[in-house]
Ligand binder design. Sequence first.
Ligand code: FAD
Length: 519
Amino acid sequence: MNRPEMLSRVSAQSEPWDMIIIGGGATGVGIAVDAASRGYDVLLLEQSDFGKGTSSRSTKLVHGGVRYLEQGNISLVIEALKERGLLRQNAPHIVRDLGFVVPNYDWWEAPFYGLGLKVYNLLAGKYGFGSSQILSREETLERLPTINTEGLRGGVVYYDGQFDDSRLLINLVATAAEQGATLLNYVQVTGLKRGEDGFVDGVIARDTETSQEFQADAKVVINATGAFCDAVRQMAEANSTPLIAPSQGIHLVFDRCFLPGSNAIMVPHTSDGRVMFAIPWHGHTLVGTTDTPVVTPALEPVPMESEIEFILATAAKYLYKAPTRRDVLSAFAGIRPLVRSENARNTAALSRDHTIHIDRSGMLTITGGKWTTYRHMAEDCVDQAATLARLPEKPCVTAHLSIHGFHRHADKFGPLAVYGADAPGIQDLMRADESLAHTLHPALPYCGAEVLWATRFEMARTVEDFLARRTRALFLNAGAACEMAPRVAELMARELEVGSIWRAEQIEAFQALARGYLV
Ligand SMILES: Cc1cc2nc3c(=O)[nH]c(=O)nc-3n(C[C@H](O)[C@H](O)[C@H](O)COP(=O)(O)OP(=O)(O)OC[C@H]3O[C@@H](n4cnc5c(N)ncnc54)[C@H](O)[C@@H]3O)c2cc1C
């Protein structure tokens, strides 16, 4: 992963690319991995940083979706459970099993959820993660020492996967690059090119670091821009009917003391009929989420007051010590690109299936789906894109393709575990310069060597890239992340060979952004 080298590949390309992918989230990068590993010639363009959109803002679950089972969407659950198993197999350094306890306060809940979760297990077949089990009151308290005990009868535990979304995304970018794809962050697609037949045959793009414009030709253009996909479709057809109904979801992050064990809480029915999770994540407690329709998707969405209040009120019902606003270390929002339906009562009822749409202009748009199913979505998309572009048929190989960083015992790297096989490289940097081994803030485990690593090998271009997506500082503790910004800027500036003006601008921009994560 090296941006200048990627840029020079784009300049050197004389033939049309087999595929140009617009959007560097889970969907677009998944497609780049799939297409490049089949042997197609691929260019991916992301307007901001990889994962800046929804793909860094999820609940961090690799799951079949217990809720979709209740909605009767069995095929989605089966597909997602299979993908959950494949992802743990291909990226064991970043996907781990987690116990989820459904606390029971009514007599009917244990048999009802006990049976439902048995079915959930059965649907996973050979990709199962561990059997669900009915728990006594004492067993529930052992797993969830901070659960509200008033009226507590017991619980049901089941197992699902948990991951770090933006770390997996960066690993997928590295995987795609290793397979020969060219991927660029900070390049925005501003227009589409058309051939004499009127079909889209390329893109007009702008490098947002230099403001330089360029054009690139492709046999097929794939729009994988998530919540922004209708805006890109309008570049091809001004009057195209919108495909998606964007919906915002937020999370609040608290200290670990609110959920000190190693199990998560799953609330199957909140007062608005959704599910809510409280999850141990990177030594903190992550609680969410909401489902609020929005009209215009923003790249940096902001939690609404009503959403914050709703999460605090729901957490207060289930946690012995109710968290307050003062306890919120970070609040972040993401936009779901849900596929529209005339029949759904609200956005929570909209399907999480993906959809592939080919416009009259020949541009292919893929949207919807879930992080968990990104690989299957990519397979489906590349099959159709290859047909559309009349490319030679090549089989998909990603079901058994190890993802960059693959390591079976990454836990032995302690705070560097998420880097998997890259962790020894970071340890080498620490050994070469001991000052790089010091943590950047007492509240978080990140150190200077990670800044160098992210800048040298993971295409981090800004202080935000490092604090928000190469590490998760901004999402875990926005105040601490603000305090880390000056040192991060200093280390990055040295690496990128930029001066004090860059540093000052970066610190100011990051701190302004981070204020939006404080409530
Ligand atoms: C609150 C919430 C919780 C979720 N939790 C889970 C979960 O626990 N598990 C799960 O499986 N799924 C979850 N999801 C769903 C999952 O996060 C999304 O389905 C997935 O991240 C969508 O990825 P994407 O690549 O389609 O979109 P994005 O990640 O938004 O990527 C689209 C990219 O396109 C770029 N772009 C837009 N326009 C242009 C342009 N003109 N030129 C270049 N680039 C452009 C954007 O900058 C953006 O980075 C959750 C979603 C939300 C909102």
